[in-house]
Write a protein that binds this ligand. Structure first.
Ligand SMILES: *Cc1c(COP(=O)(O)O)cnc(C)c1O
Length: 471
C-alpha cells in the first residue's frame, strides 16, 4: 500500500500536535527556545540544505570540514583555549562525554607499559551526568562516585582528589561540571584541575549544558580551558547554542589527545576508514544549523540571549525565596534551578507534588528523586527547572504559577511509594500525576528500578508481536 505525501505528512503533524509545545517556554527541560523566530528560521534552512550531506568524509564533502572548523574555532575562542586546543563536533553531549572518556583511557593506557588491556577508573561527583557512567560501561572503566556537599550541591575538591589518591595508578580522569544538571551549581574547577594535574590525571569539564551560557553570565571564577590542568571540555550546541538536536562540541588540550579520539582501519576490502567520532555516516544538518545560529548571533547575540535568560532566572529565584515550604538548593550559577522541600510553620511543599501542580497549570518541570550518596548522606528530592531566553517572555505567569502551585500543595503529605504502581504503569502507561510514580522509583532499590525503566521504555516503542506491527 502506498500513501500520498500529504497524507503521510498530515499524520506526522498530528503526532507532533500531541507533543508538549517545544516553543514558548512551557516545557522546563529538554527544549531550548531562544524566543526568536529568525533564529529558528535560519537553523531550519541551514539544516535542510545539509540534510543529504554525509559528514563521514570531510575530504569529499569539504563543506562539512569548513563548518566543523568554524564551530571548533568558535568554541575554542569562547572557552579560552589557545592554539593547542582542538576538537570535534559530535551528535550530542553524551557522545562528547563518551569521547572525552575514551581519550582519557587511551592516553592513560599509552602512558605506561603493561596498561594496554588494564582497567582504568574515573572519578566524578555524584552530580555528574550519567553520560559518564554510560561511557564507563561502554568502555570498561570503573567509576568512583564521590559525595557532593549536601547543602550546596557542589563537588568538594579535596574529596575528589582523595579519591584519585586511593585509586593511585588506575585513575585516568576526574570530571567536574559547569554547572551540574541536577542543581545548576558550578564545581570547583580550578582546585580539582590543579590537583589532577599534579597527580598526572586528566580533568574534564562537562559544560554540556552551561557552555553556551556561562561565558556571558557575569563575572565568574575561571571554569573553562583558561584553567591549567583542564584537559578536555564538552559544550552542547543543541542546548544553549540553540541548534536543533544532534550537535555538541568536545575540545581537547593537545592534538595528540584529540588523535586518541579517532578510529582508523584498513582491515576490510572497502574504503579506508577514519572516524573522528562514534558515528560512521554522520548527519550534518544540526551541525550546519549550529554554525548558522552562531554566526547570526555572534558574541553580542549570545550576550543578549543570556541576559534574557539570566533575568528570567533571577526573577524565578527571587520569587522562590519568598515562598514558604520550599527552598532552592545551593546557589545556582546559570539557568538551572532545583527546588527542595523546607519545613515551614504553614507546612512543607513536596517537590513532586509541586511538579504535578505546575503541570495542571500548563508547565512541565522535572522530578528529581532523592539520592543516597556513598557516604550515607542524602541529596534531597527536588523539582528541576531549566530556564531559557524565552522564559523572560513568560516569567510573570511562571512566577505567579509557581506561587499558586506551592500554595495548592503546601502541607499536603509528600508523595509516597506505591509498589503496585510499577505493574500498573507497565500496562496502562504513565499517569498524568507523576508524584506517586517518582516516589516509587525513588524508594525502590536501584537493581529493581533499572530493569523496570528499561522495560517501560521498551514497551513504549514495541510494535507488538503481530507481523507488521500495530500503531
Ligand atoms: C545534557 C547534558 C549532557 C548529555 O547531553 P545529551 O546531549 O543529552 O546527550 C551531559 N552533561 C550535562 C551536564 C548535561 O546537561
Amino acid at each position: 500500500m502506498t500513501r500520498t505525501p500529504d497524507d503521510v505528512l498530515a499524520e506526522l503533524l498530528a503526532l507532533r500536535a500531541a507533543d508538549p509545545p517545544t516553543h514558548g517556554g512551557r516545557v522546563l527541560s529538554y527544549v531550548y527556545d531562544p524566543g526568536r523566530a529568525d533564529l529558528d528560521r535560519v537553523a531550519e534552512q541551514a539544516a535542510t540544505a545539509f540534510l543529504p550531506v554525509n559528514g563521514l568524509d570531510p575530504t569529499t564533502f569539504t563543506s562539512v570540514a569548513a563548518i566543523e572548523r568554524g564551530l571548533v574555532g568558535r568554541a575554542r575562542k569562547t572557552f579560552h583555549g589557545d592554539g593547542d586546543v582542538v576538537g570535534s563536533v559530535t551528535s550530542g553531549g553524551t557522545e562528547s562525554c563518551l569521547l572525552a572518556v575514551k581519550v582519557a583511557r587511551e592516553t592513560w593506557r599509552a602512558a605506561a607499559p603493561g596498561r594496554e588491556h588494564a582497567r582504568a577508573a574515573i572519578v566524578l561527583p555524584t552530580t555528574a551526568h550519567p553520560a559518564f557512567h554510560k561511557a564507563a560501561a561502554y568502555l570498561d572503566l570503573d567509576v568512583v562516585a564521590v559525595p557532593v556537599d549536601v547543602d550546596s550541591g557542589r563537588a568538594v575538591a579535596a574529596r575528589l582528589l582523595a579519591a584519585l589518591d586511593v585509586l593511585g595508578e588506575r585513575a585516568a580522569l576526574v570530571v567536574v561540571s559547569a554547572p551540574s544538571y541536577p542543581f545548576g551549581v558550578v564545581d570547583p574547577v580550578a582546585e580539582v584541575a590543579a590537583g589532577a594535574s599534579a597527580r598526572g590525571v586528566a580533568c574534564h569539564v562537562d559544560a554540556c549544558i552551561g557552555g553556551w551560557v556561562l561565558p556571558w553570565w557575569g563575572d565568574l571564577e575561571p571554569w573553562d580551558l583558561a584553567v591549567p590542568g583542564v584537559t578536555s571540555l564538552s559544550a552542547d550546541l543543541h542546548k544553549y547554542g540553540y541548534a536543533p538536536k544532534g550537535a555538541s562540541v568536545v575540545l581537547h588540550r593537545g592534538r595528540e589527545r584529540h588523535r586518541a579520539q579517532y578510529f582508523a582501519t584498513t582491515a576490510w576490502p572497502g574504503y579506508p576508514v577514519v572516524n573522528p567520532t562514534v558515528l560512521g555516516s554522520r548527519a550534518a544538518g544540526a551541525m550546519a544549523a549550529a554554525w548558522a545560529v552562531g554566526e547570526v548571533l555572534g558574541d553580542e547575540g549570545y550576550a543578549r540571549l543570556v541576559g534574557r535568560t539570566r533575568e528570567a532566572t533571577q526573577r524565578v529565584l527571587t520569587t522562590l525565596r519568598t515562598v514558604a515550604g520550599l527552598r532552592v538548593v545551593g546557589e545556582p550559577t546559570g539557568p538551572l534551578v532545583a527546588i527542595a522541600t523546607d519545613d515551614a510553620p504553614g507546612g512543607a511543599v513536596d517537590p513532586f507534588r509541586l511538579v504535578d501542580a505546575l503541570r495542571r497549570r500548563g508547565w512541565l518541570a522535572q522530578c528529581q528523586p532523592a539520592m543516597t550518596q556513598p557516604d550515607g548522606t542524602v541529596l534531597p528530592r527536588t523539582a528541576h527547572l531549566t530556564l531559557t531566553a524565552v522564559s523572560a517572555d513568560v516569567v510573570d505567569q511562571l512566577t505567579a504559577d509557581l506561587v499558586g502551585a506551592a500554595d495548592e500543595v503546601r502541607g499536603v503529605a509528600p508523595a509516597q511509594p506505591d509498589p503496585s504502581l510499577v505493574a500498573r504503569v507497565m500496562t496502562e502507561g504513565l499517569p498524568d500525576e507523576l508524584a506517586g510514580v517518582m516516589a516509587t522509583l525513588e524508594a525502590l532499590p536501584a537493581d529493581v528500578v533499572r530493569p523496570a525503566l528499561v522495560q517501560l521504555l521498551q514497551v513504549v516503542i514495541d510494535p507488538g508481536t503481530s507481523e507488521g506491527g500495530n500503531r
